[in-house]
Design a protein around this ligand. Sequence first.
Ligand code: 0WD
Length: 257
Amino acid sequence: LLDLSGKRALVTGIANNRSIAWGIAQQIHAAGAELAVTYLPDERGKLKQKVEELTAPLVPKLLLPLDVQQPQQIDDVFAAIQSTWGGLDILIHCLAFAQKEDLNGDFSAVSLEGFHLALDISAYSLISLSRAAKPLMTHGGSIITLTYLGGVRVVPNYNVMGIAKAALEMNVRYLAAELGPRNIRVNGISAGPIRTLASSAVGGILDMIHHVEATAPLRRTVTQTEVGNTAAFLASDLASGITGQILYVDSGYCIMG
Ligand code: 0WD
């Protein structure tokens, strides 16, 4: 039976009630995990308030600011986890960013700065968060990230984020190889397109959603809850033999020619 009771989970990437991370937080909480959640700090503190209100029913043990571009904030998050829980079992990496101008038009137009930014926030951050989580996962653990088909195949307008996702998926494999002897498993979920704040920045996302609805074997897109259920499974002991994998939760779209 799927049971996460007694497990302590850090969930990053909740921005609002459409966030995939919110679907994951709800499902792993429902399975019994205790939560710590992070929010991207902004000057007016609006995001903090939003995430605080949204997650209140899940009674998170910690609500912490985290901009993955700020190494000090990463240190502070894991120091708080260490002093509150003394360890960690589950890390959900559910964040990405690229400049809007780099998510449509000519792929070759991407600036070095835009490239660095996308790869830093969307791919390197899995390495830095995993490095910080490693010493806390003393009884093994499960690290889960979110990726997209555009990291494997050319998807119109996904552009620099496709490069970031390709790097992210390779990060999953190298981290899985390093952390496996500690019984820390590292996997990615490749989700089908879902309407969120982040995906709305990708040019033509609605066309992509309609294309999936017309051609995927299940003839529909997936929900945050379905992605959340898969994350709960991967986080659980039911998935104890699975590491270094990218699991597609996309209504089967990726098998179609
Ligand atoms: O169709 C989709 N929505 C898919 C999303 C399909 C397949 C994969 N994904 C991936 C995304 O690439 C991302 O890795 O799922 C993950 C979560 O994305 P989401 O749920 O679609 O988007 P959203 O609700 O916007 O959450 C992403 C959040 C940010 O929100 P905004 O929109 O404010 O940028 O990532 C966070 C932030 O909360 N984020 C950061 N967190 C820490 N440090 C940073 C940062 N520097 N930048 C963005």
